[in-house]
Design a protein around this ligand. Sequence first.
Ligand SMILES: [Zn+2]
Length: 442
Amino acid sequence: MRVWIITLVSLLLFVQQGFAAVKIDGVRVWPAPDHTRIVFDVSSRVEHRIFTLENPGRLVIDISDVAANPRLEALKLPSKLIKRVRHAARNGNDLRVVLDLGEKIKPRSFVLPANKQYGDRLVIDLYPSSQQVAKSKSATVVKDKANQRRNVVVVIDAGHGGEDPGALGPFGIREKTVVLAIAKELQTLFARQAGFDAKMIRSGDYYVGLRSRTERARKMNADILVSIHADAFKSPKAKGASVYTLSSRGASSEAARWLAESENSADLVGGVGGVSLDNKDSMLAGVLLDLSQTASMRASVTTGGQVLSELGRITKLHKRQVEKAGFVVLKSPDIPSILVETGFISNPTEARNLNSKKHQRKLARAIFNGVNKYFSRTPPPGTYLAWQRQQRNQIKEYRIASGDTLSGIAVRNNVTMAQLKKLNRMTSDKLRIGQVIRVPAS
Ligand SMILES: [Zn+2]
């Protein structure tokens, strides 16, 4: 595997505009067998977004508040995938980087905090759309069953709709309209992210019953249900976003209801991680349902916490903790579910924000980040994300070829020479051709 490393030092730049402006100190490209990774070294955590454009295929990377333009032209690229890199300043201090693509890709991006070796980084991974894994010549490729790696299904529920406008704000702003806009932005974000499928409970201005929303989520094999709303209060001063999960009172009354209604119990069979309550005596059924519900509620609270903390970066919070309520839409015993109140539509300032495309995008990005974080850390077994996580944590074997050096292998695998030597219990830097050593599969 050839690795291109181009560290662009001396990008230190003319004017540092503003206190928080980010400097891009270097860029590295790591073509791996199954994806190409582009790493920007940045001076602090960056705000960014990525999206693809077609005809011709391009990947756009927008980075907010960059101190000066880095010289990205110097970047040597794997020519087949990325044909050209362009960049320009945008809206003053923002930087737009455009990669002209040679093939269809599905991008993924995330920020990495500083570690011993590197500072803060912005990472862009380009996966071939087909997600086929090419075999590398020298590295031992771990066997996988590509077709068995399913995507995590995120079901997005825009609250209200149709006859039900939800909360009404000043300036004729309606909850049902803004939450649908946010839901669509959220779906777009998941659609661009490898490892996820995003499905909508409603995609237009029509109403779906509350029970029917949870039923639809189950039919869609949801791994999580994210319901999006906007709050209202009689005082126009109330403000901030909140995240809800099901209260235990709501959960226990719901468990009782499920057990009471045998037709519903049978329905649970189809849920992801669901339990069949058919042919079980009522006590056993109760225990199974309780286990499933406990796991779902735990997942809901964890995801809800991630989403809340992401929301806290971009908007005021109404409550600092995930709240509990008996909302019907949260009541699937076998599907982790969260309800996001994106802000108070009864507050004139927040209503205006909720109605703006820019703020809707920020909200969607925050919800996306929270959910993505949860599933990246705890991917359901059998998913692409689980596979990816496993790959990251794996040690692979590497056969030394002519021209290999220990320092070169270390750089290629994002480890230090000392770590490599320790891993292989080596006392010297000497390698021989054909020797097999262990390297972390990064
Ligand atoms: Zn609502």
